[in-house]
Ligand binder design. Structure first.
Ligand code: NAI
Ligand code: ENO
Length: 351
């Protein structure tokens, strides 16, 4: 149904889709305005740079920056007359409006958005597993024939993603809440660090790193995303401004500060955890590991030998010493066993 596929735009997301489809045995043809990006993506196993016979292409995945998406979708609909054309752009309504304005018949176009990526860009950071167990939003419309929707579903499934279907408008509101607004807040938080004296920055722990990771994202890309989804983002920012004004006015009142922190706790609990497990039902065990080849592998082997399932994990690097702190989340009934094993096997335990 999706073989052969064409990917236009072979940066982080396009090349990752290519890697996932190629790993599933499909033939994938890569195109990019910058040919070297397609060549690098091919080198990472995303497909081949040789063109496909346009009439034989079954699927085109447009993975270019948001402002370029409508034109590339329109030209792909014309160039590949038998293919379903989908995109991975982070906004959906504006792209759809522009595609409809550019084409006579947009029924072979269906919007898509895998909710996976990173703050990095370019094909060098691509990975076939990027979409595994992540949400892939599709925005089918009444004018899409069933086979078009089915083709897009097949793409998301082959990439290992969970499909969520909704209208373009609902998608844009949701991503403003859970992706675009958090990006801007992370950027604002990180921006304040640029003026913090070096000596003060040495006190930075994992908390500030957690809330600023995505502030390293590509500004060019995010300017385009924000421009295309202004109304719902503005709503979030205005609500934040009210919250900030309230907090500033109430800083002397512990009850009001407590209320802000409690609301924060509630928000964290609201986020879905792994397979529906609430993250607050897992317990972190922090292990000190040497920054040396094979250390992680040995630790994981020890944990597996003891029949303990790692539900989630994260790593923090010591800024001065060649060690890392691996935080392993396990079910509460496995904590004692894991701690005992860690000590018995000679690993350092931090909590
Ligand atoms: N970065 C992320 O975490 C995520 C990004 N997205 C969306 O995926 C799309 C691509 O993002 P990334 O892969 O991160 O960007 P990227 O910058 O890594 O790759 C974009 C690629 O598109 C190429 N390109 C630009 N204009 C083109 C054109 N007119 N024709 C052909 N190729 C063109 C560029 O040369 C580049 O190789 C964007 O629309 C973005 O909104 C979706 C989910 C996650
Ligand atoms: O880095 C992360 O955690 C992300 O959430 C990346 C991301 C960036 C843009 C999107 O449209 C979707 C996902």
């Amino acid at each position: 149904m999706i073989d052969p596929a064409v990917i236009v735009g072979t940066g982080l997301v396009g090349a990752s889709v290519g890697c996932a489809l190629s790993a599933a045995g499909l033939s994938v043809h890569l195109r990019d305005r910058v040919r070297s990006h397609a060549v690098v993506a091919a080198g990472r196993g995303a497909g081949v740079v040789e063109p496909v016979d346009p009439a034989s292409a079954r699927l085109v995945v447009v993975a270019v920056p948001p402002t370029a998406v409508p034109r590339v979708v329109a030209s792909s609909l014309a160039r590949y007359p038998n293919a379903v054309v989908t995109d991975v752009g982070s906004v959906k309504s504006k792209i759809l409006d522009e595609v409809i304005a550019l084409t006579e018949d947009a029924s072979r176009y269906i919007g898509g958005h895998p909710m996976a990526g990173s703050h990095q860009s370019g094909p060098l950071t691509a990975a076939a597993e990027l979409f595994a167990d992540r949400t892939w939003v599709l925005t089918p419309r009444p004018d899409n024939p069933d086979w078009v929707v089915e083709t897009a579903r097949t793409l998301a499934s082959v990439c290992g993603a969970r499909i969520v279907e909704m209208s373009a408008a609902d998608h844009d509101r949701a991503v403003a809440e859970v992706s675009h607004f958090p990006q801007l807040v992370s950027s604002l938080t990180a921006a304040r660090l640029a003026d913090v004296p070096r000596g003060d920055l040495r006190l930075a722990g994992q908390g500030v790193r957690d809330v600023t990771r995505i502030a390293a994202s590509d500004p060019d890309m995010w300017v385009q995303i924000v421009a295309a989804n202004r109304a719902p983002i503005r709503e979030q920012l205005v609500a934040l401004r009210d919250d900030l004004s309230g907090l500033i006015a109430a800083l002397d009142e512990p009850d009001a500060v407590n209320d802000v922190l409690k609301r924060g706790n509630k928000g964290v609990r609201a986020l879905p955890g792994k397979r529906g497990k609430r993250p607050d039902k897992l317990v972190p065990v922090v292990v000190q590991i040497p920054d040396a080849p094979g250390a992680l592998g040995r630790l994981f082997a020890d944990i597996a030998m003891n029949g303990i399932n790692i539900e989630d994990l994260s790593i923090e690097h010591d800024p001065d010493r060649e060690i890392g702190y691996l935080s392993i989340d396990v079910a509460p009934d496995r904590v004692d066993g894991l701690r005992r094993m860690i000590r018995d096997r000679g690993w350092g335990l931090r909590s």
